[in-house]
Design a protein around this ligand. Structure first.
Ligand SMILES: [Ca+2]
Length: 339
C-alpha cells in the first residue's frame, strides 16, 4: 500500500508539534522544581523562626489567674507564656501553659537545647531563671513560685522526656507538692504512672529507696547542701535538685546530648529509661491542678486526665521489668549510692 505524501507530511508536523510540547513541559517541570526548592527553603526559615518567636500571651489586667488550669478553663486554649498569681503569691509571674494533653499544665522546668546554664546557686533556683519568652526556652520557674503553685490545690506532676533517637516517654505522679523556704522546698509526690519508669521515688527497686528516693528530700544547690550524703551532691552533679545520696534522676544536669562520660553522673538523667550515662534531649516538668473549677470546661479536663493515667500504668510495668536488663544492672554498680 502506497503512503501518500500528504500523510507523511502531517506525520512530520505532528512529530514536530509533540517535540515542541515535550520541550515546553520539560521547561515547566524545571520551573516547578525551582519553585519547590524555594518554598521548602522558606518553610524551613519559618519553622526555625517559630522556635525563637515571642510566645508571651497578654490577657490584659481584667482577671487574675492562679495557674494555667484556670486560664485554660476560662477559654484560652493556646499554649504559651501567661501571667499568673497563685493564691498566696505576693506577685505575678510568667509561666508557660501547655494546653495539650487535657490542657492547663503549668510548666515549671524545660530543657531543650542546653542554651541555659543550670549549675546555679540557691538564690537563682529560689527566684527562677532562664528564657521566659520562647516556646522552647529553657527555664526553672523558681522554688518560691513552685511552692505557691503546688500549695493551692492537689497537683499532678507530669514529666515529658525525649531522647536523641526520637523516642518519647513520660512519668506522672499524683499529689505533687513543694514546701516553703523554711523547710527548704521539700518535695512530696504520690503514686507513679507512665512509660519512663519511676526515677523520682526510687520505686523501680526496693533496695535503692534509701538513697535514690527523692521524695521527702529538701532542695539542694552547691551553696546549700541539704542531701543525705557526706559530700555535696549538688556540687558533684553540677545542678540544683532534691538530691538524696545522690540520685536516680537529675533533670537539671548538664546538657551532654546522649551517651556521655564524666567524673560523676551529672547529665540530664532519668535512670529507669536510659541509665546514668545518657543525657536526655528534652525535658518538660509540669503540674496540673485538681482544684474544683467553675467553668463548664472542667468536666472535659477531668475526663481526659483520667484516661491519660489509666493508659499509663501498664506501660510503666514494662519499664520496671526493663530493670532486670543486664546492662542496667551493671550500671547500678558503676554509680549507685554515694559512699
Ligand atoms: Ca551532704
Amino acid at each position: 500500500m502506497a503512503i501518500g505524501n500528504s500523510t507523511l507530511q502531517s506525520c512530520f508536523q505532528e512529530q514536530l508539534r509533540l517535540k515542541a510540547q515535550v520541550r515546553l513541559l520539560e521547561y515547566r517541570v524545571k520551573q516547578q522544581q525551582v519553585k519547590i526548592v524555594q518554598l521548602l527553603q522558606e518553610k524551613e526559615i519559618q519553622y526555625s523562626d517559630t522556635g525563637d518567636e515571642n510566645s508571651v500571651i497578654d490577657l490584659g489586667e481584667k482577671r487574675q489567674y492562679a495557674d494555667c488550669a484556670e486560664i485554660y478553663n476560662d477559654g484560652h486554649k493556646r499554649s504559651g507564656f501567661y501571667k499568673m498569681k497563685p493564691l498566696q503569691s505576693p506577685s505575678e509571674f510568667l509561666a508557660y501553659c501547655d494546653m495539650s494533653e487535657g490542657g492547663g499544665w503549668t510548666v515549671f522546668q524545660r530543657r531543650s537545647d542546653g542554651s541555659q546554664k543550670f549549675d546555679r546557686v540557691w538564690a537563682d533556683y529560689e527566684q527562677g531563671f532562664g528564657n521566659f519568652v520562647s516556646t522552647n526556652g529553657e527555664y526553672w520557674l523558681g522554688n518560691k513560685n513552685l511552692h505557691y503553685l503546688t500549695n493551692q490545690g492537689n497537683y499532678t506532676l507530669r514529666i515529658d522526656l525525649s531522647d536523641f533517637e526520637g523516642e518519647r516517654r513520660f512519668a506522672q505522679y499524683k499529689s505533687f507538692r513543694v514546701t516553703d523556704e523554711e523547710s527548704s522546698y521539700q518535695l512530696s509526690c504520690g503514686e507513679y504512672s507512665g512509660t519512663a519508669g519511676d526515677s523520682l521515688t526510687g520505686g523501680f527497686h526496693p533496695e535503692v529507696k534509701w538513697w535514690a528516693d527523692h521524695r521527702g528530700m529538701k532542695f539542694s544547690t552547691r551553696d546549700r547542701d541539704n542531701d543525705n550524703y557526706e559530700g555535696n551532691c549538688a556540687e558533684e552533679e553540677t545542678a540544683g535538685w532534691w538530691f538524696n545520696r545522690c540520685h536516680s534522676s537529675n533533670l537539671n544536669g548538664v546538657y551532654y546530648k546522649g551517651p556521655y562520660t564524666a567524673k560523676t553522673d551529672n547529665g540530664i538523667v532519668w535512670y529507669t529509661w536510659h541509665g546514668w550515662w545518657y543525657s536526655l534531649k528534652s525535658v518538660v516538668m509540669k503540674g496540673q491542678s485538681l482544684r474544683p473549677v467553675l467553668s463548664p470546661a472542667a468536666g472535659t479536663v477531668h475526663a481526659t486526665r483520667g484516661k491519660v493515667q489509666g493508659k499509663g500504668s501498664p506501660d510503666g510495668q514494662t519499664s520496671l521489668s526493663g530493670f532486670s536488663n543486664s546492662q542496667q544492672g551493671q550500671e547500678q554498680y558503676l554509680s549507685g549510692p554515694k559512699t
